[in-house]
Design a binder for this molecule. Structure first.
Ligand SMILES: [Zn+2]
Length: 247
């Protein structure tokens, strides 16, 4: 059981309260990809007192990750630590009451159901569309909320994919862009500030879902930080969506 004093300032917030905090302490989340977005999300959910975090990533920490992957430090890069394991170690130091499961692997079609089926919410920390569509399709099929997020340059987007209503990622974009047709962080860079913004938008939606808030966001949010632009767009469930059509 987690000490209540630790969360006093969060419990004082009207949207959480004691009942919400108790729900958070029992909440289970899977974070797919523990790089830039994934470390921002994991840090936020660990400090907020989520009960269990499953961390899925097959990569190791590199020194070039440290500019934006905020759970890692120079010793992780020097040791070429696996990101999932290094993140779990840092979470243990931040909040020992959070149970973690560090999985050094890349999510694929044979593993995705097991990664998502026993949690309350799935959060997108992936750096590629293949994994996002896997998560989208599996969560849609299994009726699990998942939160899409992507970042590039100074810009990012995020959208909740909720079982009961609203669109999924394929309603928004039926298929992944062809490799090579879409800019990547290698070609246009990535600022850590947009990672923090989108990661925390994902995290707060996960909190709202867990506490049963009526304020779970229904829109797609698009943000560009360099010119300080913030847009919300309502996306409808598409009648042509191959995933939603089967529900
Ligand atoms: Zn859909």
């Amino acid at each position: 059981m987690q000490p209540v004093e630790r969360y006093q300032r969060q419990i004082a917030f009207l949207g959480i309260g004691s009942a919400g905090q108790a729900r958070l302490s029992r909440a289970r989340a899977t974070i797919i990809g523990v790089g830039a977005l994934g470390t921002a999300i994991a840090n936020s959910l660990a400090r907020a007192g989520f009960g269990f975090l499953r961390l899925v990533d097959g990569d190791r920490v590199e020194v070039s990750n440290l500019q934006r992957q905020t759970l890692f430090d120079e010793s992780d890069a020097a040791a070429h630590a696996y990101k999932a394991e290094a993140a779990a170690a840092h979470i243990a130091a931040i909040n020992a009451a959070v149970a973690t499961e560090a999985l050094v692997m890349r999510a694929d079609s044979s593993s995705i159901d097991k990664l998502v089926q026993d949690v309350d919410v799935v959060l997108d920390g992936a750096d590629n569309f293949d994994v996002r569509y896997l998560a989208n399709d599996a969560c849609r099929r299994l009726g699990i909320p998942w939160i899409y997020g992507g970042v590039l340059g100074d810009s990012g987007v995020t959208m909740n994919v909720l079982p009961e209503s609203g669109p999924c990622l394929r309603c928004l974009m039926p298929d992944a862009p062809e490799p090579g047709t879409f800019p990547t962080t290698e070609t246009v860079g990535i600022l850590n500030q947009i990672v923090a913004v989108i990661g925390n938008l994902e995290a707060i939606e996960a909190m709202k879902i867990v506490v049963g808030s009526p304020d779970v966001r229904r829109s797609l949010v698009s943000i560009s930080l360099w010119d300080a632009s913030f847009h919300e767009t309502m996306v409808e469930r598409s009648p042509a969506c191959p995933v939603c059509a089967r529900l």
